[in-house]
Design a protein around this ligand. Structure first.
Ligand code: ARG
Length: 281
C-alpha cells in the first residue's frame, strides 16, 4: 500500500515534470510571444510589424464602411484597406467597434489600425498617428425637405441638432451657441431622428449624408447650404506603429497605379480629387 502510494506519487511527479518541461520547451507555441507572432503587437507602437493587422471600424457609415445584407463588411474603406493589405503583404482581420472606441482601442493596443472615415485632426494626432490622407471629405448640414431657415452653422443657434458621438460633426455642433445637441451611436440614427422630425438638423460628413439621401435610406431630408469644412480621412494607427511605413507605402502605390481610382470609381462613380501628401492641420 505504502509502496504503491509512493510509486504513484513518483509517477505523478514524473509526469508533471515531463509536462512542465514539454510546456517550457514549447512555451512560444503554447501561447508565449514569439518573434514571428501572427497578430499585431498588443503593446501598440514598439513591437514588430504585424503579419495580420487587426483593423477596427464602425460599420454604419455607407458608402465607406457598412455591413452588407450578407453580414459582410463592404464599402470604399473596406476595399481600400484590403488593397492596402494585399500591397503590403499582410492579412486583415476587421473588428467592428463603436466610433468613439477606436482611439482608445488603438491606445490600448487591442487593434493595430482603424479605417473608419476618421478625419485627421490635430487633437486626435496627439493621441494616435495617421497614415497619409486617403479621402477628401467635409461636413454638411442636413435638414428636413421643407426647411428653409437653416443655411449655415450660424443659423443653427438655439436649434436641436443630432450628431454621431465622438465625431467632428459633434465637435462642430458643440460650438454653436444655445444649440441642444443630441448624440447617437451611429450617423444613420442621427439622420433618422431628423427624418422623424425630432431635431432641426444633423451635422455629419457630407458624402455619407448625400449617400443616405440618394439611396433613399432616409427619406424627407436634404443638404442645406454648402460644405462647411474640408477634412481628410486617414488610416488611424497607434503612436510609433511598426506598420506605419508599410501602410503609407502601400497607399502611395495604390494612388499611382490606378487601383485607388478604380475603388473610388466603384463607390462614387467619378474621378477622385487630388489629395495632398499631408492633411493641413
Ligand atoms: N469624419 C468624421 C470624424 O472623423 C466622422 C467619421 C465617422 N465614421 C464612422 N465610421 N462612423 O469624426
Amino acid at each position: 500500500m505504502i509502496v504503491r502510494i509512493t510509486r504513484s506519487r513518483f509517477l505523478r511527479q514524473l509526469t508533471l515534470s515531463i509536462l512542465g518541461l514539454v510546456c517550457a520547451l514549447t512555451f512560444a507555441a503554447c501561447g508565449g510571444e514569439s518573434p514571428t507572432a501572427t497578430v499585431g503587437n498588443p503593446a501598440g507602437g514598439t513591437g514588430e510589424a504585424a503579419t495580420t493587422l487587426r483593423v477596427g471600424t464602425e460599420p454604419a457609415f455607407p458608402p465607406f464602411e457598412s455591413q452588407g445584407t450578407d453580414g459582410n463588411l463592404e464599402g470604399f474603406s473596406i476595399d481600400l484597406m484590403n488593397a492596402v493589405a494585399e500591397e503590403a503583404g499582410v492579412q486583415v482581420e476587421f473588428q467592428s467597434l463603436p466610433f468613439d472606441g477606436l482611439v482608445p482601442a488603438l491606445q490600448a493596443g487591442t487593434i493595430d489600425a482603424a479605417i473608419s472615415s476618421m478625419t485627421i485632426t490635430a487633437e486626435r494626432a496627439q493621441a494616435i498617428s495617421f497614415s497619409r490622407p486617403y479621402f477628401k471629405a467635409g461636413l454638411a448640414i442636413a435638414v428636413q425637405d421643407d426647411s428653409s431657415d437653416v443655411t449655415s452653422l450660424d443659423s443653427l443657434r438655439n436649434k436641436k441638432i443630432a450628431v454621431q458621438l465622438g465625431t467632428t460633426g459633434a465637435q462642430e455642433a458643440q460650438k454653436i451657441e444655445g444649440a441642444q445637441v443630441r448624440s447617437f451611436d451611429s450617423a444613420p440614427l442621427a439622420l433618422q431622428e431628423l427624418a422623424n422630425g425630432n431635431v432641426d438638423a444633423v451635422i455629419n460628413d457630407a458624402p455619407v449624408t448625400l449617400y443616405a439621401i440618394k439611396s433613399g435610406n432616409i427619406p424627407g431630408i436634404k443638404v442645406a447650404g454648402t460644405l462647411l469644412t474640408e477634412e481628410y480621412y486617414g488610416i488611424a494607427l497607434p503612436k510609433n506603429s511598426p506598420n506605419a511605413e508599410k501602410i503609407n507605402t502601400a497607399l502611395n502605390t495604390l494612388l499611382t497605379n490606378g487601383k485607388y481610382n478604380e475603388i473610388y470609381q466603384k463607390w462614387f462613380g467619378s474621378e477622385p480629387p487630388t489629395l495632398p501628401e499631408a492633411a493641413p492641420i
